[in-house]
Design a binder for this molecule. Structure first.
Ligand code: MG
Length: 387
């Protein structure tokens, strides 16, 4: 394949979060292949201003307009600054952008993602909510426009690498690996007494608070099962999970001939981000290679389906589809926030999600508006159950 004569122009939505910062590390590491042309953040004014200045960005967006004056004071006068959802959409559809990386937490990335697709851009998706809530809508829109949805989540990026564009007809199982979280070995009777500080200690990955709690409940893996179902056009029954405490094998694909391919690397989000940016090429970088002799062993074990109901709830949501995944996701967000505020116990996270899902009036073929309504309704239901 010929080497492209210019770097890919990339817009990063959510540039001050954990994935956003890693994506800028990648941009510094492979400047000949990745050029950042637009940056958007929620409200971290100082960090965003530093990034805009470092990369010489001409288009920026601060989602929360409160800090706009302070941002204007920190960047050159020729930088165009936008705010709110319209601002995100403005960046997502910039004429010079080749690829839009969406790393915004929550539902705020959904409309910008669809706008980018509509404008003919490839998107790299780090925000789980986009595919969990509206996977069918997003993948259909991408197919129609002939653009790619490139996974940044390490598990899906691993599967993407193993599949190499093969159809799901060749696949017998997608096997997502899970670290098992900090409570992998904790007896089920002790889960009720788990504290916020214990839940925030992830054994292998450094991540934001919400996703770290999701890793402890296994909702993160549940959300990823649903993501995989849409990304790779495969029904839930062929999406499986295995616990792998070292987080070195990022996921696997078992083909119909029972042969398995896996993707391995050290635990650094720069690996999947770089591959999503440079795909279909591989380019050298400064990331550390694996030292197998030092690793010595890789362990695998079955997940504790009974003790961590998040997996079964996700299986149900992903199998039924429609509005149910959005409801599961929304209720979980509300419950995790309440747990982080120390208002509810750890098991109340999945209990809240389960109750919210069971009282939901399900729609099989929802429009985008109906999905967003289901999300809002689930949020108020979950908040009700909590108080
Ligand atoms: Mg992941």
């Amino acid at each position: 394949m010929p080497v492209p004569d210019r770097p890919k122009n990339v817009v990063v939505l959510g540039s001050t979060g954990s994935i956003g910062e890693s994506s800028l590390k990648v941009a510094r590491d492979i400047p000949g292949r990745m050029k950042v042309v637009g940056l958007a953040a929620n409200r971290s004014v100082e960090t965003l201003a530093d990034q805009i200045n470092e990369f010489g960005i001409k288009q920026g967006c601060l989602y929360d307009p409160t800090g706009l004056d302070s941002l204007i004071a920190r960047v050159p006068t020729d930088v165009a600054l936008h705010t709110g959802e319209e601002g995100l959409i403005e960046l997502a559809t910039m004429p010079e952008a080749d690829l839009v990386l969406i790393a915004i937490v929550g539902v705020a990335g959904l409309r910008p993602a669809l706008a980018a697709i509509e404008a003919g851009k490839d998107i790299a998706v780090a925000s789980k909510e986009i595919l969990v809530m509206a996977g069918e809508t997003v993948m259909n829109a991408a197919r129609e426009k002939g653009v790619r949805v490139l996974p940044v989540d390490s598990e899906h990026n691993a599967i993407f690498q193993c599949l190499e564009d093969r159809s799901s007809a060749d696949v017998s199982r997608l096997i997502l690996t899970a670290s098992g979280g900090p409570f992998r070995e904790l007896p089920s009777g002790q889960l009720a007494a788990v504290t916020k500080a214990q839940a925030l200690k992830h054994p292998t990955w450094e991540m934001g608070q919400k996703i770290t709690i999701d890793s402890a409940t296994l909702f993160n893996k549940g959300l990823e099962m649903i993501e995989a179902r849409w990304l790779f056009d495969i029904e839930m029954a062929r999406v499986d999970v295995i616990v792998h405490p070292q987080s070195i094998v990022h996921s696997m694909v078992e083909f119909i001939d029972s042969s398995v391919l896996a993707q391995l690397s050290t635990t650094d989000m720069c690996f999947p981000i770089q591959y999503a940016i440079t795909w279909p090429e591989r380019v050298p970088n400064t990331l550390p290679p694996l030292d197998f002799a030092e690793l010595a062993r890789l362990d695998f074990e079955a997940p504790r389906w009974e003790d961590f109901p998040a997996l079964n709830l996700a299986k149900e949501a992903g199998t039924r589809g429609g509005t149910l995944p959005a409801v599961m996701n929304a209720a979980n967000e509300v419950a995790v926030a309440a747990f982080l505020e120390e208002k509810i116990a750890f098991p109340a996270i999945w209990e809240t999600v389960e109750k919210t899902m069971s009282c939901h009036h399900w729609k099989e073929k929802p429009s985008l508006e109906e999905i967003i309504d289901a999300d809002l309704e689930a949020r108020s239901k979950a908040a009700e159950f909590i108080s």
